[in-house]
Design a protein around this ligand. Structure first.
Ligand SMILES: Cc1cc2nc3c(=O)[nH]c(=O)nc-3n(C[C@H](O)[C@H](O)[C@H](O)COP(=O)(O)OP(=O)(O)OC[C@H]3O[C@@H](n4cnc5c(N)ncnc54)[C@H](O)[C@@H]3O)c2cc1C
Length: 396
């Protein structure tokens, strides 16, 4: 009989895991607490391993990429408020693909719905697990349908917790958030801009980073930019009292440059923004019995790493592969899956601390060092591009 899995969460990790499970011959069912599928979202740079996982999941062809030619122009704003050529997220090694989170989810959604060669995967909206009981023989889950108010029990051979940073599956099966979520004493606010910062080109990326604060604008080829405001604070709880916009205005009060001004005034007109504290999730094991966590629920790398979406895709693709390789031994499959993924997750969790300095330097010396490093890297990139242009011209 076909094995059944409950996947909790219709984000990148949940949909990737569901497609991976289907590839392994399982019958997944996804439950999502929201009443409908979300769209839009913030800038995401998809790295080569994420693109490879998308190909493995058979959804790469559905991905709408939005890279400006050559990664677009990136500008850094100096303390004097002047602009100088800079390095944007898309200029990293690996040529990240520029998308918004919703582009990845839309591509996965097409995979979920099936294409004639694969069965559509069942999705139940407004539904969440209330109790999860791993009996050893199966997992009995009490589910709540918020639409009808109905509660019902169902049995599965595996439960996949893909319900994000503050995972309810993790809390229920593995223990309280404090055991796994590390605090980074930082806040992010991500949102879409109605229009580009005045005087900049539509696809430009712009960065203004000072001690403890960073304002980023990510330009795309074919849609308005998105913005990210991030700042460090020792009073994370305090940031969630009163108006979020006032909190941001206070944090950025002495940065009166065009990017901060434009972002803050755009934010006032945006009903939809993400305002959250920054964490990583660290667990010594991502599965217990017949319950496994994937994506941010298991290993949240956080936004500074720039690898969360890529690793969520890879987690799902690798889960499918491990289950295919160990069709009759769930323990062996989950052990193989984890040992394949963990080295790269651990590496990216460490590197995120360094990358955080690029997004939001911790103090004045870090700010100065960051400027020097980026200036040198930007000049080196410019020299490489000029060389490539010359070689191309002499070849033609
Ligand atoms: C501002 C920002 C920028 C980022 N930039 C990048 C980048 O450049 N590159 C990159 O690779 N990554 C980036 N990331 C990280 C990446 O977006 C995340 O790692 C990834 O989206 C996590 O996906 P997920 O499916 O694990 O979790 P989520 O996206 O949080 O999805 C969880 C889903 O579970 C649902 N859910 C929650 N609780 C329940 C419940 N009890 N029952 C049912 N459903 C539930 C939620 O509604 C949601 O749909 C960024 C993140 C942020 C915040």
């Amino acid at each position: 009989m076909q094995k059944r899995a409950l996947v909790v969460g219709l984000g990148i990790a949940g949909m990737s895991a569901a497609i991976g499970l289907r590839q392994a011959g399982w019958q997944p069912v996804i439950v999502e607490r929201a009443p409908e599928r979300r769209t839009g979202g913030y800038f995401v740079g998809l790295m080569p391993e994420g693109r490879q996982a998308a190909a493995d999941l058979g959804i790469a062809g559905h991905l709408h990429l939005r890279n400006p030619p050559d990664g677009g122009k990136a500008w850094s704003l100096t303390r004097r408020g002047t602009r100088e050529p800079g390095l944007g997220f898309l200029h990293q090694p690996g040529d990240p693909a520029a998308v918004v989170r919703g582009d990845i989810e839309a591509a996965l959604w097409q995979g979920i719905r099936g294409d004639g060669t694969s069965e559509p995967i069942a999705v139940r909206f407004a539904t969440r697990p209330v109790e999860i009981d791993d009996t050893g023989a199966d997992v009995r889950v009490l589910l709540e349908d918020a639409g009808t108010g109905a509660w019902y029990r169902e049995s599965f051979d595996l439960v996949v917790g893909a319900d994000g940073l503050r995972s309810n599956v993790r809390r229920t099966v593995f223990g309280p958030d404090e055991h796994y979520m590390t605090a980074w004493d930082a806040i992010i606010c991500a949102f879409q801009l109605q229009e580009q910062v005045p005087t900049f080109q539509e696809a430009d990326s712009i960065i203004s980073a000072r001690e403890g604060r960073g304002a980023w604008v990510f330009g795309f080829a074919d849609r308005p930019p998105t913005a990210l405001l991030t700042y460090r604070t020792e009073d994370v709880q305090g940031q969630f009292t009163g108006s979020r916009i006032e909190r941001l205005r206070t944090a950025f009060s002495d940065m009166d440059d065009p990017v901060v001004r434009h972002a803050l005034s755009s934010l006032e007109q945006t009903p939809d923004f993400l305002f959250d504290s920054v964490h990583q999730v660290k667990m010594s094991r991502w599965s217990r019995g017949k319950v496994v966590l994937v994506g941010d629920a298991a290993w949240c790398l956080n936004l500074y790493s720039g690898m969360g979406a890529s690793s969520a895709l890879r987690g799902g693709a690798e889960l499918g592969r491990a289950l295919r390789e160990h069709p009759d031994d769930l323990d062996a499959a989950l052990t193989a899956w984890e040992s394949r993924l963990r080295p790269s997750i651990t590496r990216h969790q460490r590197i995120a601390r360094v990358k955080q300095q690029l997004f939001v330097p911790s103090n004045r010396p870090a700010e100065a060092l960051r400027s020097v490093v980026l200036r040198l890297a930007s000049a080196a990139r410019e020299r490489r591009s000029a060389k490539a242009r010359t070689a191309k011209a002499s070849a033609s």
